[in-house]
Design a protein around this ligand. Structure first.
Ligand code: PNS
Length: 166
């Protein structure tokens, strides 16, 4: 039986922390679908098509991993459609756990889909898409925290204020 998991997120934009979690998920499951979902609570910076292109650029060649874009849909419906039995999420901290636990329980109650939490690599504990954008915009150097293609996209999409450490 093929084991299939979904790694959902906004990926606005993908960071090296995301890539670490996706890479590790790919060692646990035969197939991993990286699902880009629009979170209506968050105003996006990058158009979803660009987030998809950036993800494909970074992880498109990983064996068993594919990228897919979904409209604002229940995650459990996406899992059912894809015949995925697990959702994989990275946890950077207890705050992440507090945010993720109710969603994991809700998703399991809805359809029985399980959530697998992977502890984030400590080197990326402070790395989030929103902090990356804020630090970059204020002139900070975020190279090493995001892939090179994302650095280039950030420079185009998020004007950088001169005078930081970037
Ligand atoms: O990268 P993010 O913004 O933390 O990802 C959050 C996301 C998109 C995974 C989450 O908001 C989600 O699962 N949205 C899908 C809609 C849904 O199923 N909502 C109910 C969750 S119990």
């Amino acid at each position: 039986m093929t084991t299939r998991a979904v790694c959902p997120g906004s990926y606005d934009p993908v960071t090296n922390g995301h890539i670490d979690v996706i890479t590790r998920a790919a060692t646990l499951f035969d197939e991993v679908i990286v699902a880009i979902l629009h979170n209506p609570a968050k105003r996006g910076t990058f158009p979803v098509e660009q987030r998809e292109a950036l993800l494909r650029d970074c992880i498109g060649s990983f064996p068993g991993v594919r990228v897919a874009l979904f409209a604002n849909t229940l995650l459990v419906d996406i899992c059912s459609e894809l015949d995925a039995t697990a959702i994989v999420k990275g946890l950077r901290s207890g705050t992440d756990f507090a945010y993720e636990l109710p969603m994991a329980l809700m998703n399991r109650q809805l359809t029985g889909v399980e959530t697998v939490f992977l502890p984030g690599d400590p080197q990326f504990e402070h790395v989030s898409s929103s902090l990356i954008k804020e630090v970059h915009a204020l002139g900070g150097d975020v190279s090493g925290m995001v892939p090179l293609s994302v650095m280039a996209a950030l420079s185009e999409a998020v004007p950088q204020r001169p005078g930081g450490n970037g």
